[in-house]
Design a protein. Structure first.
Length: 675
């Protein structure tokens, strides 16, 4: 008998999730096969004994679930996670950032294939730049990824998004895969992408993914504003202007396996030119702002298990970001600025098994950032950040524990001088299975402290930065319950439920504050925010009939995020800007033979666009419904998939950010080809 263990699909190189070890894999029945039978095992995953199951289960969307969404980018997909608020400035090319549990965008860590993305200039990752074309899974962790075998920086964020791109898989007898996609839709959207995968040997494979996107960004919208007494101030229909985008992305990966180890090398390039449509204020409907971005990085990671007691992981990265901002608005002073940002990163993580079911880890990161610009009196800051993390984990019967302690040291240097800051931040996670014979029910909780360093813009932006800013400090508490059951009989195959209550405190919040002169602002540590909330996620899958499969995923979030900075201020105990009390989403999918129908729904409740929760600052609730229909077939030696989608089905007119109108009803068609 020939037993082929496919080593190139080993996932131990990323311990975001712990699949069953080889000893746990069900291979019963293999020995019953005739001696001359070749058995093909779709995937056998070999992992170290040191890789513990997750203490806190994240929210996940994998390849199948991502296909159900009418989403272009990672940011669009994240809207369907509970506790997430997306800041979307409109259109295909509009900037899109994510806020988790009202902590602020800068408290979110974003990891791309295991290594954090950085932006020391403003601390915000524009997730609209990351396409879903090559993404296999998106996972959201509150607190931190609860696996101790990770880089020190992964322990430091208040919440984390992990983006995992597609890893090549080859059918028996195949050494190449081809995939192409063409999408055409509203706003003159045209998107072309291609993926090539090649098996280069028993332990090496290559993947190359390229994409081109162009769109005029024009869409019709109705803009309506009312007076405080309820009468209509003005009501008009217009076309959104200066929202065009032209972008190219190419990504190449080498995946290799070693004896008890794996390695990966990635190269990434994103280039775009886009207009910035701007806010509609003072009867100005068109802006002259434009931005060009060139984002490149090369990263690699190597991991190996030595014996049964020790594993080590090494990571390295170099990134170069170029941003060209131009404002030729005739009503303002002309601006033409060029920014260049560099980042270098190296990390090592090491884990050892002290006793059966008890492990400890030691991680160290070194990150260097430099920002240059051609603006007047620019301080040319550099930042050297050290992070050292120690962690331990216990996985014993019905109890899982994890504790970590991170020491961070940041040294900034500018033309005017230097400063340094150090912080010690602990975290503790626990999960309990209360039922002796069942692991479908678990209780979980965590407590964590974290901080976020002021960005270069916060500290050094001309006539606005404040070099004496202190870091924002955050404290998080969470308690929840998880139910997850699978069934082998009946129509219901799986049901799951996650519910969490949480309490967060943010101190020394960095805000922009007027200095007294018109149009002159500065950055100050004035803010304190009290955050209480509830997140619920439910999902189910099964069969409605012999040929019809159905999936359902729904989430709901309640948040009370109030300003507790100063009792004398009129906005004391008011909900902070753009955080709704109620929000939610739902995804429904139906599969009948080669036909699938998917429906997704988003709801965001009332909000306020300023600190004071007054009628003048009130922002109406909004909802959208997206519908897509897909049909798959095989012909001419290839697999084809045709998808038609209608977004904002009921033509809701709404703003995510005030004065940035979003598209109304729009449609698109997509053709996929796989060889």
């Amino acid at each position: 008998m020939l037993l082929s263990v496919v080593s190139h699909v080993v996932h131990a190189q990323d311990s975001n999730q712990r699949p069953p070890a080889l000893a746990e894999t069900d291979v019963s029945g293999i020995g019953a096969a005739p001696a001359d039978t070749t058995l093909h095992i779709s995937e056998v995953v070999v992992t170290s004994k040191l890789t513990f199951r997750e203490v806190i289960t994240p929210q996940r969307l994998d390849g199948a679930a991502l296909q159900q969404l009418s989403a272009l980018s990672v940011a669009d997909a994240l809207r369907y996670f509970s506790g997430v608020q997306l800041k979307d400035y409109g259109g295909v090319g509009g900037v899109k950032t994510v806020d988790v549990r009202s902590m602020g965008t800068n408290h979110l860590g974003v990891s791309y294939d295991g290594i954090l993305l950085g932006n020391a200039q403003n601390g915000q990752i524009d997730l609209g730049q990351f396409s879903l074309e090559n993404v296999d899974e998106i996972a959201l962790y509150n607190g931190q990824k609860s696996a101790i075998f990770q880089a020190a920086g992964d322990f430091a964020s208040a919440s984390s998004v992990y983006i995992r791109t597609r890893r090549p898989h080859f059918a028996p007898g195949k050494s190449e895969n081809w995939k192409a996609r063409l999408k055409y839709g509203a706003s003159d959207l045209l998107r072309l992408s291609a993926l090539y995968e090649r098996q280069l040997g028993d332990s090496l494979c290559l993947s190359i993914n390229g994409e081109a996107l162009t769109a005029s960004g024009k869409y019709h919208f109705r803009y309506k504003r009312k007076n405080l007494d309820g009468t209509t101030a003005w009501d008009t229909t217009a076309t959104r202007q200066n929202g065009d985008i032209h972008a190219e992305r190419i990504e190449a990966n080498l995946h290799g396996t070693l004896h008890q180890g794996t390695w990966q090398l990635k190269g990434y390039l994103y280039n775009s030119q886009r207009g910035i449509p701007g806010a509609i204020v003072n009867n100005v409907w068109r802006r002259g702002e434009r931005q060009g971005d060139l984002n490149t990085f090369v990263q690699g990671q190597w991991q190996r298990t030595i014996g049964n007691l020790f594993s080590t992981k090494w990571q390295a990265k170099y990134a170069f970001y170029r941003t060209h901002y131009v404002n030729r608005d005739s009503t303002l002073l002309p601006v033409d600025n060029l920014y260049r940002q560099q980042e270098a990163f190296v990390s090592t993580a090491n884990v050892v098994e002290l006793l059966p079911n008890w492990s400890a880890s030691l991680s160290y990161d070194l990150r260097w950032n430099k920002l240059g610009a051609d603006t007047y009196r620019f301080p040319h800051p550099t930042r050297l950040a050290h992070a050292l993390a120690v962690a331990t984990a216990v996985d014993y019967r019905h109890l899982k524990l994890q504790a970590s302690l991170v020491e961070s040291y940041i040294h900034d240097h500018t033309d005017a001088g230097s400063r340094h800051i150090s912080r010690l931040t602990p975290a503790f996670f626990v999960s309990v299975y209360p039922l002796r014979q069942a692991r479908w029910l678990s209780l979980r909780a965590f407590a964590k402290q974290s901080f976020r360093m002021p960005t270069f813009n916060d500290l050094y932006y001309t006539e606005m930065g404040n070099a004496s800013l202190k870091p924002e400090k955050a404290t998080q508490y969470d308690a929840g319950v998880v139910l997850s059951r699978s069934f082998t009989r009946g129509r219901l195959s799986h049901v799951g439920l996650q519910a969490d209550i949480y309490y967060n405190k943010v101190r020394d919040k960095i805000i922009a504050y007027p200095k007294g002169q018109q149009f002159r602002w500065t950055m100050l540590n004035l803010g304190r925010v009290d955050i209480r909330g509830l997140d619920v996620v439910a999902e189910a899958s099964g069969r409605l009939s012999r040929d019809v499969e159905a999936t359902l995923r729904a989430q709901y979030t309640w948040q009370r995020s109030i300003d507790v900075t100063d009792r004398s201020k009129p906005y004391y105990h008011h909900q902070i800007p753009y955080i709704p009390r109620h929000s939610g989403s739902a995804i429904v999918g139906l599969q009948w033979r080669q036909l699938s129908v998917n429906y997704s729904f988003l709801y965001t409740g009332e909000r306020w666009n300023e600190q004071e929760n007054t009628a003048y600052n009130h922002v109406q609730p909004w909802y959208t419904s997206d519908l897509s229909v897909s049909w798959e077939t095989s012909c001419w030696g290839a697999a084809w998939r045709l998808t038609a989608e209608v977004n904002n089905l009921f033509d809701q007119q709404y703003d995510v950010i005030s004065n940035y109108p979003m598209p109304g009803r729009n449609a698109a068609i997509t053709i996929d080809l796989r060889l």
